[in-house]
Design a binder for this molecule. Structure first.
Ligand SMILES: [Zn+2]
Length: 99
C-alpha cells in the first residue's frame, strides 16, 4: 500500500520527536492550525531570532528586528512544502489572530 503524503502536516503538529525536517532546521518547533482559508503552519520567532525587518501582511506595518512575532505558511498548498515555505509571511501575533 503506497504511503500518503497528505498527513505530514498533522504528524509534526505536536512537536514530538519526529526527526529532522527543513522547517525544524529553520525555525524549530511549529504549530499546525486550521483556519477558514485552510491549514497553516505557524511558528513563533523569538526576539533574539528576529534579525530582519518584515512587513506584516495584516496591518502593512513593519515588524522591527528584535521583535518576537509569528511566521506562517500554508500546510495544504498544492505547490509543495518548499514553495509554501518560500512564500511564508511574518505577522504580528495579534494581527494573525484577528485576520
Ligand atoms: Zn501587523
Amino acid at each position: 500500500m503506497p504511503r500518503s503524503n497528505r498527513r505530514r502536516g498533522s504528524r509534526s503538529a505536536d512537536g514530538a520527536n519526529e526527526g529532522y525536517d527543513v522547517t525544524r532546521a529553520l525555525f524549530g518547533s511549529r504549530l499546525s492550525v486550521s483556519r477558514r482559508d485552510g491549514q497553516w503552519n505557524v511558528q513563533s520567532v523569538s526576539a533574539a531570532s528576529a534579525s530582519k525587518t518584515y512587513i506584516c501582511p495584516g496591518c502593512s506595518l513593519e515588524i522591527a528586528p528584535g521583535t518576537s512575532h509569528l511566521v506562517a505558511w500554508r500546510a495544504d498548498g498544492l505547490m509543495g512544502e518548499a514553495e509554501d515555505l518560500a512564500a511564508r509571511r511574518h505577522w504580528h501575533p495579534h494581527c494573525w489572530k484577528i485576520t
